[in-house]
Design a protein around this ligand. Structure first.
Ligand code: HMG
Ligand code: MG
Length: 278
C-alpha cells in the first residue's frame, strides 16, 4: 500500500506557502488517483511549521471521497484536539531514534514525547480513531550521525506497544542504504510482524527505491511517498524529498504488481507540483 505524504511532508518543506484552496485542490485531486490513504496535513505549532498553519481549515473543507483515509500528524494533546474537531479520520504521532533531532524537531526528549502521546491515545480510543507512529532518524541523524539499530528498534517497539497499529520507519535525511535497512529489519521483524511496519524513505541520495525493495524482501508492504518527490523536514538539515509516488508506482508496475493507481493522473499531479517549484 502506498501512503501519500505530499500535502504534509511535501508542503511542510516548501519555501512558498500555498493558498488553502490550492492545498485542498491537491488533496482532492490525489483522492481521484486510486490512492486510499492521504496524510493531508499536520496539527503542529504554526510557529514551527508556518506552511501548515491552516491545517484546521484544510481538513474541514476537503470534500472527502469514500474509501480514502485522511490522516494528520499530531505531536500532543492540542494537536489531537484540533484533529478531532477538524474531522481527521486517523492521526499519526511522531518521535525519533536520536535525541538531538527530537529536541530540534519537537522540543522534547524521546521520553517526553511518549509522555505527550499518552494524552493522544485515550482521545483516539474514545473516538475509534487509529493512531499510526513514526520513528524519524531510524538510520542516520543529521546531528548525531549513524543510529544504532538497537535504539531504533526500541523506539519502534515502544510505539507499537503504546497503541500504534503501524510504525513507519523514517529515513529522515535519505542516508539509509539497503545494508542498513537489512540490519534494522533483521532485528525488528523478529520482534514484531512485517504488517505492522512501513517504510518512509527520503530520496536525498537516490537510495529510496532500493531501500523499499530491500524492505519488501522482509515482507513490508506499506510505503510512504510524495507525488513529485516533494518532502523534507525543516529541522533536519540536508533532508531531501520523499520517494516520489510515481517512481515507486512505476517500479511496482514493472514487477507486475497492481497498485490500483491511475498512472496518468499521478503524473499530471506530479507535473503540477513540480511546476510550483519553478
Ligand atoms: P513547544 O514550543 O515546546 O510547545 O513546541 P509548547 O507546548 O511549549 O507550546 C508553545 C506554543 O505552541 C503555545 O502557544 C502552544 O499553544 C502552541 P503560545 O502560548 O506560544 O501562543 N502549541 C500548538 N499550537 C498548535 N498546535 C499544536 C500545538 N502545540 C503547542 N499542536 C511542538 C512543541 C511539538 C508543539 C512544536 O515543536 C511543533 O509543533 N513541532 C512540530 C515540528 C514538525 O512538524 N516537524 C515536521 C514533522 S516531523 C517529520 O517531518 C518527520 C517524518 O516525516 C518522518 C521522517 O521523515 O523521519 C514524520
Ligand atoms: Mg518525512
Amino acid at each position: 500500500m502506498i501512503k501519500e505524504m505530499s500535502p504534509r511532508d511535501g508542503l511542510q518543506n516548501e519555501p512558498a506557502i500555498l493558498a488553502t484552496e490550492q492545498k485542498i485542490a491537491l488533496i482532492e485531486a490525489l483522492a481521484e488517483t486510486g490512492l486510499s490513504y492521504i496524510e493531508a496535513t499536520a496539527f503542529v505549532s504554526p510557529k514551527a511549521i508556518p506552511q501548515l498553519a491552516d491545517a484546521d481549515e484544510v481538513m474541514k473543507k476537503i470534500k472527502k471521497k469514500k474509501g480514502v483515509t485522511y490522516a494528520a500528524l499530531v505531536p500532543n494533546r492540542k494537536g489531537m484536539e484540533r484533529a478531532i474537531s477538524s474531522g481527521a479520520d486517523e492521526v499519526a504521532v511522531f518521535t525519533a531514534a536520536s535525541e538531538t533531532f527530537n529536541q530540534k524537531n519537537i522540543r522534547a526528549s524521546i521520553e517526553e514525547s511518549f509522555q505527550r502521546f499518552s494524552d493522544v491515545f485515550p482521545l483516539a480510543r474514545d473516538r475509534g480513531m487509529k493512531v499510526r507512529g513514526y520513528v524519524s532518524t531510524a538510520f542516520v541523524c543529521p546531528y548525531e550521525g549513524e543510529v544504532d539499530p538497537i535504539k531504533a528498534s526500541e523506539v519502534i517497539l515502544r510505539l507499537l506497544d503504546v497503541g500504534c497499529y503501524e510504525v513507519s520507519i523514517g529515513d529522515t535525511i535519505g542516508k539509509a542504504t539497503p545494508e542498513s535497512v537489512s540490519r534494522l529489519l533483521d532485528r525488528i521483524v523478529k520482534e514484531t510482524t512485517a504488517d505492522r511496519l512501513a517504510g518512509h524513505f527520503h530520496d536525498t541520495y537516490g537510495n529510496a527505491l532500493s531501500n523499499v525493495l530491500k524492505a519488501m524482501e522482509f515482507g513490508i508492504q506499506t510505503f510512504d511517498t510524495s507525488v513529485g518527490g516533494l518532502g523534507g523536514c525543516p529541522y533536519a538539515p540536508g533532508a531531501g524529498g520523499n520517494l516520489a509516488t510515481e517512481k515507486l508506482m512505476d517500479a511496482l508496475h514493472a514487477q507486475g504488481l497492481n497498485t490500483g493507481l491511475q498512472t496518468g493522473k499521478i503524473r499530471e499531479i506530479s507535473k503540477m507540483v513540480r511546476a510550483w517549484r519553478t
